[in-house]
Design a protein around this ligand. Structure first.
Ligand SMILES: C[S@@+](CC[C@H](N)C(=O)[O-])C[C@H]1O[C@@H](n2cnc3c(N)ncnc32)[C@H](O)[C@@H]1O
Length: 254
């Protein structure tokens, strides 16, 4: 029955497809976030590299994927010692171009990151990591929402599911798609900005779904086993306004 009362506007969360991903300024983002190894990223990397070393010890190397790799190469470095191939999946054309250039010859800035991974894997110096990454990497343009099932043996997804949409349903879908893209039993690591309200990259605003440990645990426990979810304090100072910390989760695909 029609009503004549006042109309209340309900805000609609903006979805992934509404943002200009091809305008993502890869160099600015990389310089802002990964110019130096921050203590919080170092803590995440140590935890993740340790998890992969522990979980892949007896297995032969498999195919790894980093979903929404963007201009961050440290998740790839954590998987590199345990991988036959490393697929970097990215939606944005500018990030794809950045990744192709930077994996052909890994820049020196990633050396402190490799120094965190290397002791776990006893895999040699930075020159070795640079050569192996160039040999094993495959950069692929695509979307987390279109990942095939049960295709990879090892996976990472850092600051993606909560940082590509304002819609909680898309956050959950991205997490589910990522873990289901791995073969059952495969180890994974995922990182999240805690309670993020969005972020600017070179003046362009990108979205976020605010999540905490509870939301991360709830959607990952539906698709994984051996789940561990840790909160990471921001150190030294916040990277930007509008978030309260970081969350890292490790586990195995169900
Ligand atoms: C906040 S950035 C995180 C980048 C990087 N993983 C990191 O750790 O800094 C979010 C990334 O998700 C990518 N992205 C956006 N929509 C996507 C989609 N549908 N599928 C895969 N990646 C997407 C963006 O291009 C961007 O690289």
């Amino acid at each position: 029955m029609p009503t004549n009362g006042p109309q209340i506007a309900i805000p609609v969360p903006a979805r992934n497809a509404q943002f200009p991903w091809d305008e993502f300024a890869a160099v600015d983002y990389c310089d802002h976030n990964y110019q130096q190894l921050r203590d919080d990223d170092g803590e995440i990397l140590e935890l993740v590299a340790g998890w992969f070393a522990q979980e892949t010890g007896e297995r032969s190397a498999g195919d790894a994927i980093d979903v929404g790799a963007g201009p961050n190469l440290y998740p790839s470095l954590a998987m590199l010692p345990h991988s036959r191939t490393v697929t970097l999946l990215e939606h944005s054309a500018s990030n794809v171009e950045f990744l192709r250039a930077h994996t052909a010859e890994l820049p020196e800035r990633w050396e402190p990151f490799w120094d965190v991974v290397s002791p776990f894997a006893r895999y040699g110096d930075f020159a070795k990591a640079r050569a192996l990454l160039a040999e094993r990497v495959q950069v692929m343009q695509g979307s987390v929402f279109e990942l095939p099932r049960s295709r990879w043996d090892l996976g990472t997804m850092f600051f993606v599911a909560e940082s590509i949409s304002q819609d909680p349903a898309e956050f959950e879908s991205a997490v589910g798609r990522f873990v289901r893209a791995l073969r059952p039993g495969s180890p994974f690591a995922a990182a999240f900005m805690e309670q993020s309200d969005g972020y600017d990259v070179a003046g362009v605003r990108f979205p976020a779904t605010p999540v905490g440990r509870q939301e991360v645990r709830a959607c990952l426990s539906a698709v994984s086993t051996d789940l561990r979810v840790e909160r990471i304090e921001m150190r030294p100072a916040p990277l930007r306004p509008g978030y309260t910390g970081m969350i890292v989760a490790v586990g195995r695909a169900q």
